[in-house]
Structure formats: C-alpha cells, structure tokens
Design a protein. Structure first.
Lengths: 109, 1004
C-alpha cells in the first residue's frame, strides 16, 4: 500500500486515503478529432513497467486531484505535483533522470 | 507406535494434564503440548484421508508447513475448519474432528480412488469431464462435490470478536528464533523502535532443539539472555503468537495475532490484525525442511527428520520405537543421534550421498548407528502405519537390496529458506547450487518510496544454515536495518558460535534416481493436494512447461499450505523432466498471507451494524415507526413501501399507494436525491459541457431535465437542474449518483478546465426533500401557505421560495409520476417537521406516504427512464429515443464525440420501446427476446431485453420497457420472450408511455 503526499494540502497519507485516476497529462480530443485520435485518447493508455505519471485524488482529504511521478517496478515515488499543469515540472524530471537515466514517458523525458 | 517418553519435553508442564476430544474420543495431553504432539502421544498417528485418493495420512511436520493434520475445530459459533494441529496449542476441553473421509477415518469409501489412481492422473478432471456437456451438471459435479473438499463450512455465526490495530516502527523483525532475537537486539541497542514478532508460543525457534554454543554458552541459555536484555529495552516490543502475514508496498506489513486461541475462555478479541508501517523489516523467518520423494513417503509414520527431533525434545514424544533416518544431508544425523540418546532404536541412517556426512558420522557411529551411504529408500512398507523400508542403491532403479523393519521413517531432503515475506513485495531469489536452495538475492531487495531497500533478511531465511553462519548474519542484519532506519549502531563484533562441519548436500529430487513408474506414482510431492512425481512429469510431457502452468494443471502447491513442503521438490522434478537447470524453471509467485488467516481477523470490528454506516434521511425515524419495508439504496435505506397494518402483502401496499396517489395525494421522501450546487461566472458554460442539452439558457426560477454522459458517450446520470440565480445552478442527481457525479465534476474542473470560474458543493445531506404528488397536491400546500402557488404563479418546471407552515421552503414543480407534483426542499433539520405538517394538511385528502416501488411503477407507467434500469453503462441517450434532450447547436459536450463513433451512430442498435404482454402477465425483469437461428456457440440469437417490468395497478396489467433491435420501427409486432422455466411469453412492441401520453395530469 503506497504512501503519497498531497501537494495541495500537504498531508502524507496511505493509499486508502486516495483514489488512483489513471494516466496523467491527457490531451482531450473532442468533436472534430479523427477516429484514431479519439480512440487513442479514450483507450490507448500508458501502462509502463517503470516510470509513470499518474493522476490521484485526495478523496478522503482535501478532495483535490494531483499527479504522482512514481516507478511501477521499484515503487519509488519521485514526487507529487499540481494537476493544473500540462507537463511534469523540471525538479521532478531532474529527480527521475538522476534515478533512471534516459527515461521517457510519452513525449516527456 | 508413537508414545510419550518418560523423560524430556522441554515445553511441557507435566504437572498440568489437559483433557481433549478427537473424533469423540477423550484423550489426555499436557499444558505446553500442541494438538499434534498430544495426538502423537496418544498414538494417533493417522489424522486424515488425502484429498483425491483418500489415502491414510499422518502428521508430517511440527510447524506451519504441516499439510495433513487439518481438523474441524470447535463447535457451533466457534467452529472452524482446516485448522492445523501443529500450530494449535492444546487447551482443556478442545474438541476436534478429522476431515475428508466418509463414513469414518478408519473405514473410508473414497479410498477406492487409491486403487483407481492409475486412471486419475494430473489434469484428469479437465480431460474427462469436458464432454458431453449435460453429464457435467448431473453426474460429474454432484459426485465430485460429494467426495472432494477439506473441512466443513461453518453453519453458525462466528461467536468471537476480532480487531485491527495500527502500529508504526523503525524496525520490525519477523521471527523470534536465534536470528530474529539477535537482529532485534542489534536494532534495539542502536535505539530503533523495534517490534519482534514470533508466530509460535516460544522464543528461540529451532536453536534450543538443535543445540550448539554461542560465545561458549549453550544456545538455549543465550536465547534467555537475549530475551531478558530485550525485555529491559523500552524501545523494543516483543510479541508471541504474532505471525508476519504479508509484506506490501512502502513498508506496509500485516501481522496476524492469535490472541486467545490457546485460552478460549479468556475475554477479548480472538484474533488481532496488525496493520504496521515499518521503515525496515527484517525477515528472520528460518527455513523449512523438504521431504524426499520416494515411494510411500506419505504413509503415516514417515515424517520430516527435524519434526521427529522436535517432538522428542520439545514434547517428549517418540514417533516410533524403531526409526530409520533417510537423508541427503548432514542435518538429519542429529535426529538419529537425538533418538539414540533417548534410548530409542535407530536401525539405520540411509544417506544417499556416496561419502556420507562429515563430523556427525563419528558421533553416530560411536552410538552404534549403522550408516548406509549411497543408498536410498526403494519403498516404504505399510498401509495405515509404516512397517518397514526396502533399501536400494540411490543410483539404481529401485531393486530392493534389503528390508529393514521399522515403525517410523525420518526423512530430510535438505532445507528451503522461508523466502515468502522477502518475496511478497518483489524481493528476488537466486538459486544456490551448492546448498540446493533458492535464497534471497540480497542485491535485489524490495524497495520502498525512496527507492531504497526496506527488507533485510537474516539467518536461515538467508540461506545461512549452520549456527555460526546464522549468528553472524543476524547480527549484521540487525545493524543494517537500524542504520537504514536512520539510527547509528555502534560497531560490535558478532557473537561466535560453534557448529559441526558438514559435507555438502546432494541434490536428490527422486529416490532412487532411476525410479520406475510404480515407484514414481507413489512418490508424493504435494500431500495436501495429492500430487505425485509422476503427475508433474506427465504435465511436462503434455506441454505444461511453465512452472505456473504445471502448478495449475497438477494443482501442485495450490492447497491451504501453498506448497511449503512441495514447491521446490516439484519444480526440481519439472526441471529434470524438461532437461533444464532449476533457476531456468524458476518458482511460482509467493503471495500473502504466509499461512491462512481468519476471515474474522480480516473483517475486524466491521461486522453487523458497523459493517457499513447507514445514511438516514431526516424522516427515517417516521418511516421506521410506520411500517416501512426497507430497500437498501447505496448507503441509504429507503422505504420500498409502507405496510399500513401488519401482515399487509407488499404488492397490496404498493398498489394501494399508487392508486391513492393517482386519485388524491401521496408523499414521497426524496431526500436521498443528489443535490449539487454549481456556482460561478462560468457555471452555465460548465453545465453545457456536462449535460447533453443547453443549461446556460435556463432562466432563473426555471427547471430543466438533463442527461449526463461519460466521455465515451454512455449515459451516466439524469436529473432536473434548477437555476437559482445568474451564477448558481442546483443539479439534482440520482440517489446513487450524488457522490460520483460530484467527483466527476471536480475531475473536469480541476484537471481539464481549471481556469474556469466554477465552484461545486454537494449539499445532498443539507436538505430534506419531500415530493407532494397527486391531484390534491396544490390544495394541500395551499393549506399551509399564504404564498401564491397557482398554476400561473408556479407553472410546470418552475420553482419558487415559499413559507410552508412557517418553515422556509423551496418548491420545485417537477414530476416523476405524471401527476401534479411539487418537490419541497427545506433545511434538513426541518424535514421531519414539514413531513408531519404535510401529513396533517393532507389528512382531508387521505394522504398516503409511498415508497420506492410505487415511485418506480408510476414512472414506468409514464415511460420515464431510470438510470440503472434502462441504462447499464452501454446505453447512449439515442438508444432511449432521447434526441430531444441532446443539443444539436452545441459544438461540444462530454460524450458528443463518442456518440459520433461508427457503432454508436449505427441505426441498427437496440432501442427503447414499451412491451405489452398479450396475456397481461408480468415479464421477468432482464429477460431476453429471442430471434431466429443460433449463434456460433449454438445459443439462440437474441433481439432485445426487458429493462423494467412491473404490474401496473393503474392499468390492471403487466407493463414493461425494453431495448429491442430497431424497436421503434416495429410497433405492433409481437416478439417471443422465453422464461427460465422454458415457457414463452408473447409481447407486443408498443409506445413506452402507457399512461396519460398527453401529459394532461401533470400540467394542471
């Protein structure tokens, strides 16, 4: 059971206090998008063995969504950050690079 | 025979005799006995029948790995099946029965399977019972159910209580043997907050039985010294009868404490589940001895060599008068020496290694024990009890050279470190060729949130088998763990221990190595699931080459012992059959818990009324006092109907409520409906994205019905939205949808449109809401208010603030029944007062409260959909002919793009219609309408299904709604809907609106 820190309220809590919400930094495709774009947006999700950027909600706490950068194999948590951003902040990316040189996740590295 | 010795038994208090019963027989044991040692002291060697072949089975082990001695324990509310005798401490009055036999342990009909063993190989059930299909249901399954199964399921409610406890430590040491004690001492000395847990009732593990010295002192004295030092440390907690059950992510550890299984008369919880967070975990879990695979290795009287030693030293019990020791390593010599010293006969040590043992050989020889090297057991003689062994050359095919009479066999196939807890959270293993064992790869430990290792392994669990190695390893492990947890252990030298030098183990996986089929098919790997060497070989031949496949095909290691004795032997046999080295075969996955833990411990205090807290509306108490027949709805409980007098039939009550509401006046407690306030300058824009229709054009004071879809187009909720002012909307959701629709809104606001100025609050519990329904609804309200609520002042789909009987209220003129209807919202604290006033004001109209079933029937009579009935997560609004509620003008809303996908836009979908049975009967809910022909699986084609079905008291007949292929284009057509009993109901496709299609009644 993971331990995460909510970047909004600062509380460090057990996984049962949070809800996992799948892949982070999704780009929404709406009307006008191609079938392939829309299909990938809905169904083709990242499921890496290693570095992952994931949406979480502090559901039994402040109620806010945030993003966790973590490793699905080593279970290391590189950090959590605001959901109101379109890319992982530099300090998080640097921390991942220090541990997993040459990592990439979608367009981020 | 097995019996109690005159001397010995270091764990017993022979001054305190205890009486217990086994299969109705009254037997005696002592304080300190386990159930297993007490049974053996009473010569009860045979304890059960095997699972598949019903062979007689005896006790094999002395600890948690025991596969055979499983009992039904206790009676009534304390009955529990599959309890291991070896881990059950004896207490006065203990009652148990053996399992898996009929009619009795001594005479068992199922033993015929043993004779048929040749025809019941691995995968037999898969192969045999595939065809023909009907035979499975009527012949095979009843037969298997009768003959299979371990214990009985409990019949009574569990009479005991259980609890959870949360705990936090720097270092948790699992295992209270010499390694665990030493590791805990080092961590404790460094100042770490330490928990040391031991699953049995005693400290010291195997060390006091196996002997040896540490720093010149006998090891049992050393155990006492360390314990006393630990007891004096305020930062160390010691717990017996607490098992490390599972290691999980980020240092989460489950401990299973059997608080008073050994003293059932005590008060308090029976089991306690420890939910621990540990910075570091030390697994000092020891090792388990492996059986050897030779023919007849399951006959009662064949036992692990270490267990024979345990019973003699710990409990003063001899397994037999004449014990033959069979081994491939030095350790089993200790058993021979121990028995001989107790005055028992050891006719021979059969050592499969050509060169035999090292230092212990001399000691054994000095005691006059015959040692046969390079030999093996061809076959054990005996049925319900060992009578002798035939010995042969290990290198040969099993021709017997000599038969040695004996009544017990002590076997040792080497030791397997208990790596379960190391492995649970991803710790990797390596194969140690020299020691013939899988042991933890200390460079690949489970890692935590920091990415650093959080499990350290110590002692025998780390593959250190001799006392000297164990002591050194454990000392270092304690220091490593303390340091990793942030403490600074002082440098100190590890204690020095003496252990005899040993010759290397020989990896003997089958005895003799060229054993013929007759021998291999009687050489057991998994006692509990009855898997033999020949079964695993067959699996390999049939292509089940992955260890995970072979496991499932043969059921090796799938019983309640999870293969503690069998896994390594089984995968070695598999590797041999596949001609590949053992590490290439690998192990199956170790999963928690280490041994089965009680369901009670998992539930803890969460049972009965506190299993799940009940949500109550402000009127809940009134309902309870007035004949409510409850229906659970989410965490709420809503009245399904109200029985006017005791004994009134449910259907009668529902029909009465509907008739009274349609004729005059009904009241519904609608407080459970979700009420979400959406506020802010961008609230309208936001709701336009959430609902399929336009909400931003709604005028303050007005209401609009809306549909909400998920991003993949499916209908997820519906309800009436009221605009309270320019910036504020109140969204009603379904009862079950309140929380997840709130979460859905938050998700989009926080993660997609975070720059929109909108705030959402869930006010579901802040308001009580009462629907006042029926032709006399307005008159009733007028009795309570001076405000103008005429049809002109408060038309259909409008709302206004009024004062009702002195209570400030908001009246929404909306209808889910087709009648003139108002939903009145007041502060929750005023709900009951308003309910009482409405009952009083409605008395002249013979007001009736109604429940959810009347609500459902009335909405179905009107053809209104219900989320969860007409929708199931695969239905889009277009399927329900609700294009009228989907805006064509909007560029975008959640689900719009998905509804344009080819199969969503396909005109060929199942669509909503009404269904009218030709005989007036009520269709079964969920029934399918069949079409001509069959599909690829030989099943009847279908063309629709019933989504809602009721008896309508208003129409005096069954009414239904359903989704039917091209339904709306097939009005008047009659379709066939078969029932479970095989009969067919004919139903005509009609409009789903059965009652007042023009809407005249609600619009007055």
């Amino acid at each position: 059971m993971l331990i995460l820190t909510c970047p909004c309220c600062g509380v460090t809590g057990e996984e049962t206090e949070f809800h996992q919400g799948g892949e982070a930094h999704l780009k929404r495709f709406g009307p006008g998008s191609s079938d392939n774009e829309f299909h990938d947006y809905l169904f083709a999700k990242e499921n890496p063995k290693g570095v992952h950027l994931e949406r979480w909600r502090h559901v039994y706490g402040c109620g806010k969504w945030f993003i966790a950068a973590r490793n699905t194999v080593t279970l290391e948590v590189y950090g959590t950050y605001s959901a109101q951003t379109t890319e992982p902040p530099k300090d998080i990316r640097d921390r991942i690079s220090a541990k997993v040189p040459g990592w990439s996740w979608r367009e981020f590295a | 025979m097995s019996t109690r010795l005159a001397t010995g038994g270091r764990l017993l208090d022979k001054g305190r005799a205890l009486e217990f019963t086994f299969n109705g027989k009254r037997l005696k044991g002592f304080e300190g006995d386990t159930l297993a040692s007490a049974l053996l002291a009473n010569d009860q060697m045979m304890v059960g029948r095997s699972f598949k072949y019903h062979r007689p089975r005896g006790i094999v082990a002395s600890g948690a790995e025991e596969p055979n001695a499983l009992f039904n324990m206790g009676e009534g509310g304390t009955f529990e099946p599959n309890q291991r005798a070896t881990t059950t401490e004896l207490f006065g009055g203990l009652t148990c029965t053996s399992q898996n036999h009929w009619p009795s342990l001594e005479f068992d009909v199922g033993a015929i399977n043993n004779r048929l063993a040749r025809f019941l190989p691995a995968g037999f059930y898969y192969k045999m019972f595939m065809h023909p299909r009907p035979l499975w249901k009527h012949v095979y399954e009843p037969f298997i159910r009768q003959s299979a199964g371990l214990g009985k399921a409990p019949r009574d409610r569990d009479a005991d209580t259980y609890e959870h406890v949360y705990a936090f430590y720097d270092v948790v040491v699992i295992g209270g043997g010499i390694a665990g004690l030493l590791a805990a001492r080092e961590a404790g000395r460094a100042g770490a907050k330490v928990l040391l847990m031991e699953q049995t009732a005693h400290w010291g593990g195997r060390a006091p039985v196996d002997g040896g010295t540490v720093d010149g002192q006998p090891v049992d004295k050393v155990v006492e010294e360390i314990l006393s030092e630990l007891s004096d440390m305020p930062n160390v907690t010691l717990r017996l009868r607490l098992m490390g059950a599972g290691v999980y992510d980020h240092g989460y550890l489950l401990g299973y404490e059997r608080v008073r299984d050994h003293q059932p008369a005590d008060k308090g919880p029976r089991h306690r589940l420890w939910r621990i967070r540990a910075a570091q975990i030390v697994t000092a879990t020891g090792a388990i001895e492996r059986p050897l695979s030779f023919a007849g290795n399951d006959i009662p009287g064949v036992m692990l060599a270490s267990a024979v030693r345990d019973y003699a030293v710990d409990y003063g019990v001899s397994i037999g008068d004449r014990t033959v020791v069979v081994t491939n390593n030095d350790d089993a010599y200790l058993t021979a020496i121990c028995l001989k010293k107790l005055g028992l006969d050891v006719p021979a040590i059969i050592d499969a290694r050509p060169h035999g043992a090292s230092q212990l050989t001399e000691e054994a020889k000095a005691l006059g024990i015959r040692i046969e090297t390079g030999k093996g057991v061809a076959k054990v003689k005996g049925g319900r009890r060992v009578t002798g062994v035939a010995i042969c050359m290990q290198a040969g095919e099993g021709s017997a050279m000599e038969e040695i009479a004996c009544d017990a066999v002590a076997m040792s196939g080497g030791w397997s470190p208990v790596v379960h807890l190391w492995s649970h959270c991803g710790g990797k293993l390596i194969w140690d060729d020299e020691k013939a064992m899988f042991r933890p790869d200390v460079d690949k430990a489970p890692t935590g949130a920091s990415g650093e290792a959080f499990v350290v392994v110590a002692g025998a669990a780390n593959g250190a088998l001799g006392l000297a190695d164990v002591v050194a390893d454990a000392h270092a492990a304690g220091q490593t763990a303390a340091k990793a947890a942030g403490h600074k252990p002082k440098k100190s030298a590890a204690p020095k221990a003496d252990s005899p030098s040993e010759n290397a183990i020989a990896p003997i996986w089958l005895m003799p190595q060229g054993a013929k089929y007759e021998l291999r098919s009687k050489a057991w790997l998994d006692y509990q699931n009855d898997v033999k060497v020949s079964d695993v070989q067959l699996a390999a031949r049939e292509g089940f080459e992955s260890v995970e496949h072979a496991k499932r095909y043969t059921t090796l290691g799938m019983a309640t012992d999870q293969g503690k004795l069998s896994n390594i032997n089984g995968l070695a046999i598999l590797s041999d059959a596949l001609n590949q080295p053992i590490p290439q075969t690998g192990t199956t996955t170790f999963r928690p818990p280490y041994t089965p833990i009680s369901m009670g411990a998992i539930a803890g205090a969460a049972r009965g009324p506190i299993f799940q807290p009940l949500r109550r509306t402000p009127m809940h108490g009134w309902h309870e006092e007035n004949g409510a027949y409850w229906e659970p709805v989410g965490h709420w409980r809503r009245p399904y109907t109200f029985r006017k007098m005791p004994g009134e039939a449910i259907e009668t009550a529902v029909a009465r409520e509907i008739k009274q509401t349609r004729d005059s006046l009904g009241l519904l407690d609608a407080s459970t409906l979700g009420k979400l306030v959406v506020k802010g300058p961008d609230a309208g824009k936001f709701l336009d994205m959430l609902y399929t229709n336009v909400m931003s054009t709604l005028k303050p004071g007005r209401c609009r019905y809306g549909l909400m879809c998920s991003e993949n187009g499916f209908l997820m909720d519906d309800g009436v939205v009221a605009r309270l002012d320019e910036d504020t909307f109140l969204c009603h959701t379904t009862t079950g949808g309140a929380d997840h629709i709130h979460a859905h809104m938050e998700d989009w606001l926080q993660c997609e449109w975070w720059d929109w100025k909108v705030y959402v609050a869930n006010l579901t519990e802040q308001y009580a809401q009462i629907a006042v329904v029926g032709p006399n609804a307005r008159k009733t309200l007028e009795n309570l208010t001076e405000d103008d609520i005429s049809a002109e002042a408060l038309p259909f789909m409008a709302w206004t603030d009024i004062t009702l009987g002195g209570i400030p209220a908001r009246a929404y003129r909306i209808s889910f029944s087709g009648e003139l209807s108002y939903e009145i919202a007041v502060d929750a604290g005023q709900g009951r007062a308003l309910w009482d006033k409405l009952l009083e004001a409605g008395a002249e109209f013979a007001v009736t409260p109604y429940g959810t079933e009347a609500l459902h029937v009335m909405r179905a009579e009107k053809g209104f959909i219900m989320i969860g009935d007409e929708t199931d997560g695969t239905v889009i609004p277009q399927d329900l002919n609700m294009e009228w509620a989907i805006s064509k003008k909007k560029d975008d809303y959640l689900g719009k793009r998905a509804q344009a996908r080819s199969f969503m836009a396909n005109p060929d979908r199942w669509k909503l219609v009404g269904l009218e049975t030709t005989d007036g009967s009520v269709l079964p809910d969920g029934a399918y309408a069949v079409a001509d022909g069959t599909n690829a699986n030989g099943q009847r084609n279908v063309q629709g299904r019933v989504t809602s079905s009721y008896y309508s008291p208003t129409l005096g007949r069954g009414i239904a709604m359903g989704l039917v292929h091209n339904g709306p284009d097939r009005m008047g057509e009659v379709i066939d809907i078969p029932k479970v009993d095989g009969t067919v109901i004919k139903a005509k496709i009609v409009s789903p609106v059965f009652y007042d299609p023009e809407g005249e009644k609600q619009n007055v």
